[in-house]
Every structure is written in C-alpha cells, then in structure tokens.
Design a protein around this ligand. Structure first.
Ligand code: SF4
Ligand code: SF4
Length: 124
C-alpha cells in the first residue's frame, strides 16, 4: 500500500503501519461508524442476509441514521466487526466509506496532533 497523500491535508499516511498497529482506529472510546443505504445493502449481500435482519443484528439507529454497533472490549469499545483474533477488521473488503477514508477526514484537517495520537501511520 505504501505512503498515501491527499490534496488539502498537511500529513501523509503510511498504510503499511496498519499491519503492526492492532486496529487502534476500530477500538477505544465509543464512537459512530455511519453507514448509508447503499452500504447497508452491500453488507446484507455480503452476509447473505435480508436488509432488515442485518439492521437488527449489526446496526444502531440514531435519529434517522445508522451506525455500526459496538461491543465492550478491553477497557472501552470495539466496532462489532473488529476481530480480536487478528486485531483488525473482519469485513475489510466491504468496510464502510467512513473507514475507507480514514485518516483523511475533514475533522482532522486542523487537528493533526489529535490524529497523530490516534494513528501511528501519520507522517508529517
Ligand atoms: S490507527 Fe492508523 S495505523 Fe492503526 S489500523 Fe487505524 S489507520 Fe491503520
Ligand atoms: S468496519 Fe472494520 S474498519 Fe470499520 S471500524 Fe469496524 S472493524 Fe474497523
């Protein structure tokens, strides 16, 4: 994978760091991993489930939106798709856009320090 840069961001990302990281961005404090309609359908197909079944089993509704459920893990939480045996994502190929676009989120554009504390793959 190597080094990834994106226009408008004052940092780069070494995707190879994920191998030795232990999935820090998928565990820790409680958070939201939003999924849209298309992603829900992709997941349902992946698991060979009806959309409604998938929603019931894996999603939490916040107002009119859906986020992946979390489970208790270590002293905090983990995404329901975090696999502690591999310390990584069990649905990597169908992970939602929010996960795919990390760490290039608008939120982090002016919060590089915060991001560096969370992700060992961040390069100056
Ligand atoms: S925190 Fe960073 S290095 Fe670790 S798994 Fe997530 S993206 Fe990869
Ligand atoms: S879907 Fe996968 S990459 Fe996204 S937070 Fe959950 S475990 Fe991590």
């Amino acid at each position: 994978m190597g080094i990834i840069k994106q226009e408008g961001y004052n940092y780069a990302f070494n995707a190879d760091a994920c191998v030795s990281c232990g999935g820090k961005c998928c565990i820790g404090e409680s958070g939201y991993i939003w999924v849209d309609e298309e992603e829900i359908l992709t997941f349902a197909k992946f698991f060979n489930m009806k959309k409604e079944e998938f929603i019931l089993q894996y999603l939490r509704k916040i107002n009119s939106c859906y986020t992946l459920k979390e489970v208790e893990f270590q002293n905090g939480y983990a995404c329901i798709f975090f696999d502690e045996k591999i310390m990584g994502c069990s649905v990597y190929n169908v992970r939602p856009n929010q996960c795919r676009t990390f760490p290039f989120w608008n939120y982090f554009k002016n919060r590089k320090k915060e991001l560096e504390d969370e992700c060992i793959g961040i390069l100056s």
